[in-house]
Design a protein around this ligand. Structure first.
Ligand code: SF4
Ligand code: SF4
Length: 420
């Protein structure tokens, strides 16, 4: 089985942290908590002290290490490019191995590694949803009727779809013979909760004449397991996906989820040459569509009178140059859309994988910054490129009592393509 690096393997990079504190200005969690132990510099110091046997893995340390969104802002702005996000994940793996996973971490990692169990639980979830959840007004999600561990009653979560995306569609959809074969990696949220986004992916790919493959045996990208500290579980999922995604010789592998994109590129590459080769074929769908000339095609469609004001939230995992602009370029080209700016557009939504489960109070504070930007933008719709961000933005909007609709960029793209 493949394996991620140990904390020990980062010793040299840990030493390269010069404790300048630049990361303090960019860390969303530090901005809220103002504690040195939660900022990257503090966590790198904790890692060093742990490696030198100066401290032990106690509850305080475990809590500090859990306070990270894995957003990567500290790496981007670090003068020495210390891979603080990777060091923090290596610390979590060591915690998971030596102290065990949390109940939630163990639960999520176990379920996501077992597709049959996942299918059973989603069937049960559908059947008993009425008993456990109540609907939030305007069809914007569900809330628990009763208090439950890890999920508070005021948190909005999406409903489980009546039928999973991969059950709704054949494994192969033929396009034009001379066009590439594109594998669609659905990710768990699109498969089980938001299959309509997957439908929009198919609409856009079919519109371009692509041959489409939706491998049945694909699984979770592994990022939730990795963030929970289950390195072995994440590596097992990566090995399974490697097998499923290389069974056919696809030209491209596309994702419509920023987190899955990070799981299948950055974290996949860490696992060896075969994984790195697969990662080189993975593309965010917006980037892929842009490279295929879709923005130009959309621009040629007749402009709609009174286009709707739409603003864009930048997911943390799509903040790199190119990836950041591609969804916005597609939005700007849509005949039914007037793209408007949002203050704090690339501020983290506050989800951060398991972070929002353990630190929902901080998550909501980050959400309130986002809500301010959404309110001031004057937009009717907040579009983004990550189903996880969509869930968090909907929760934020519900808490703030805002009227805006949250959607995936591809939902707007597919709607305009269907009208054309
Ligand atoms: S910015 Fe980089 S070098 Fe400076 S303290 Fe943070 S992690 Fe260390
Ligand atoms: S990854 Fe994000 S939340 Fe975590 S320490 Fe770095 S800046 Fe802070």
């Amino acid at each position: 089985m493949s394996k991620h690096q140990e904390l020990e393997d980062y010793r040299q990079q840990i030493r390269e942290c010069v404790k300048c504190g630049t990361c303090r200005a960019h860390c969303p969690v530090f901005n809220q908590v103002q504690s040195e132990t939660v900022v990257a510099r503090g966590k790198v110091s904790l890692a060093e002290a742990l490696l030198d046997d100066k401290i032990e893995l106690d509850q305080r340390l475990i809590s500090d290490i859990s306070q990270c969104l894995a957003c990567g802002r500290c790496v981007k702005d670090c003068p020495n490019q210390v891979p603080t996000d990777e060091i923090i994940l290596a610390l979590r793996r060591r915690i998971g191995r030596e102290k065990g996973l949390t109940l939630f971490g163990r639960g999520i990692s176990t379920v996501l590694q077992r597709p049959r169990l996942m299918n059973l639980l989603t069937r049960l979830g559908r059947a008993f949803s009425w008993l456990v959840f109540r609907k939030v007004p305007k069809g914007s999600g569900l809330r628990l009727r009763f208090p439950a561990p890890y999920i508070t009653r005021d948190r909005t979560i999406p409903a489980i779809a009546p039928q999973a995306f991969r059950q709704r569609h054949p494994e192969f959809i033929a396009g034009d013979a001379e066009k590439p074969l594109v594998t669609f990696f659905t990710g768990c949220m699109i498969n089980y909760m938001l299959p309509e986004i997957g439908d929009c992916v198919l609409t856009t790919l079919k519109g371009l004449g692509m041959n489409i493959l939706i491998p049945r045996d694909q699984g979770c990208c592994g990022l939730p397991a990795l963030c929970a500290g289950d390195g072995q579980g994440a590596a097992r999922l990566a090995d399974r996906n490697l097998e499923a995604l290389t069974a056919h010789k696809a030209d491209f592998i596309v994702t419509a989820c920023a987190s899955c994109h990070s799981g299948l590129t950055k974290h996949f590459r860490e696992l060896g040459p075969d994984h790195a080769q697969l990662a080189s074929k993975v593309m965010d769908i917006h980037m892929f569509l842009q490279q295929q000339g879709l923005a130009e095609t959309l621009q040629q469609l007749p402009r709609q009178q009174n286009p709707r004001p739409v603003t864009y939230h930048v997911p943390c995992h799509l903040r790199q140059p190119g990836l950041k602009e591609a969804p916005q370029n597609l939005l700007a080209a849509l005949p039914s859309v007037r793209l408007v700016e949002m203050k704090h557009a690339d501020a983290c939504c506050g989800l951060g994988g398991t972070f929002s489960v353990y630190h929902y109070d901080i998550s909501k504070q980050l959400g309130s910054i986002k809500a301010e930007g959404i309110r001031d933008s004057g937009a009717e719709v907040v579009a983004t490129a990550c189903p996880g961000c969509m869930m968090q933005l909907q929760d934020t909007i519900n808490h703030a009592g805002l009227p805006q609709q949250v959607c995936h960029v591809l939902e707007l793209v597919a709607a305009d393509l269907k009208k054309a």
